[in-house]
Ligand binder design. Sequence first.
Ligand SMILES: [Zn+2]
Length: 636
Amino acid sequence: MTTNKLDINLKVGLEIHQQLATGTKLFCQCRSNEDEEYTLDFSRSLRPAQSELGIIDPAALFESKKIQSFRYLAANRTSCLVEADEEPPHCINREALESALIFSLALNSHIADEIHVMRKIVIDGSNTSGFQRTMLISMGGFVEVNGKRTGVQSICLEEDASKLISDKNSKREFGLDRLGIPLVEIALEPVSITPPEVMQLALGLGRILRASKRVARGIGSIRQDVNISVEDGRVVEIKGVQKLDQLVKVIQYEANRQHGLIIITDKLKNELGIKEIRCDNGIVDVTDILRRSSSRKIIESLKDQSTVYKAFKIEGFAGMLGFEPYEGIRLGKELSQLVRFYGIGGIFHSDELPGYGITKENLDSIERKLAKSSKNDAFIIIGGGLTNVNFAIESLIQRLKAVLEGVPAETRAATPSGETIYIRPRPGSARMYPETDIAPIKVDSLLLDSLRQKIPRPIEEYTNEMISKFGLNKKLAEEIFDSQYLNLFEKIVSSTKISPTFVASKLTEDITNLERQGYDSSLLSDERVLEIFNELDKGRIAKESVPILYEKFMKREINRVEEFESGFETMTERQLEDEIEGILNNHLDAINEKGMNSLGMLMGRTMAMLKGRSDGQKINKILKDKLEQMLALREQ
Ligand SMILES: [Zn+2]
């Protein structure tokens, strides 16, 4: 079953977070590169006051109790005392400010006369100071993609947060390199739209930003959040979508999930006549009953003396936890995801029992203990450490009580496969207060007039220019434009004599192929790519070596091209001929059978053996000559 946007009135509000390519950070002179070789570390404990949490929410309370300390890892080039919150912020990075103003002009957004830096409270440890600096640059305006206008709500300039490295038990580790990298946040108005249209919109907006040549590239340099709602539901915020095809899947999944929840509510109210969810009448301990179960997992977990199993019933809910209005959408699954937040693997519920080693006898005992009188009642079993179980049950009850409201307002995270999982209830509007260390910044009309000259031109102008200037075909011109390698492409073709078509295809197809194999292209810096093409231009490496070098950088096998070059002795002509003769002699049968038609196959074999050690054209010529000689000799 797929959802139709007209049926459910799917509304999607896109929010794009784009890192800027400024060289230095927003409020200090550290390099704004994500650097993974950390040499320094320090720890902080950050205990938010209850009032700062602003909400009486079991998740926030649990989190604030759980996390005892934060550890920050840093490197000298990318962090200083500003990131450590030991020194006030320096002046704002003018280049970043100008970029944000240019984007506002490009999107017809109303720019504020005076820009005020604000502090937004952050309690998860991702900012050493406990707040994130952000400033509103402009409001309103629109983006036009494929002739369709979508309204802009606001454009903000802010500092990126630290990078979460690990989150185990009560310790959380962050990398400070990302903290303070300038980030532009563009929030679009929620619109009725299909998932593929959202992708076009995101792509179109991304193109406008890239056309400015002022944005960073690499995994994580552009992140999309989406606000999604359906008819009669509340707005759900999805965080951390990194790829456009993932965006389409996430929206489709969320449309199904939200509409599924509304179908569940409808069934409860109208078919089962439930007017109020009753699920908090008596929580019982069922640890001893489950000790007698045949579930290896449960028995194993009970070896830990502190593990308890508790159960509670939900009146009139039989069949509703396993009910699946859409494939993979069940209330039981929602609740299972919810408890993971508390370090609990999941729940058992009565719609799926007996099963998982929990027997009919176990169930009878549990039902007696729960005083479950009606077979219309459902129940949930949950196990773990006592504190975690108690928090989780509180959270489950809160969630169940909201079932009749349909879709609760919450924040969820996108999974790489395109589903979404619960993170926390949706916070009210973020608490903000002025940053007193930085004076308001006046925006004068003279500055705006000069920036107007820098508004990126329409995309077609760029691609047409690339077609006429570099002889690229349209597809390749668009691909290089969308690839985040546009700047690099222009740098390479202007500084070398290598064919622009070759450069473009190596920067798009070859890198995409490696990304598909799971390699991280952000490990391949612009500097290194430039070095590769310079070496190729000087004839020091073969064309075939380009993707091999990419791979070696992405695997962190080498740090410089030199290391690769010194890794093998460049073959002499004589050695090359010997190698090729050897290969020909090993394939005599094929040569006898196919004659010159065996050339392609032989070329493949030869390239596989001599990969990167000699130039392909040279190999091809020697191979062809030798094969011709061989066949001529045979005919005599
Ligand atoms: Zn710094």
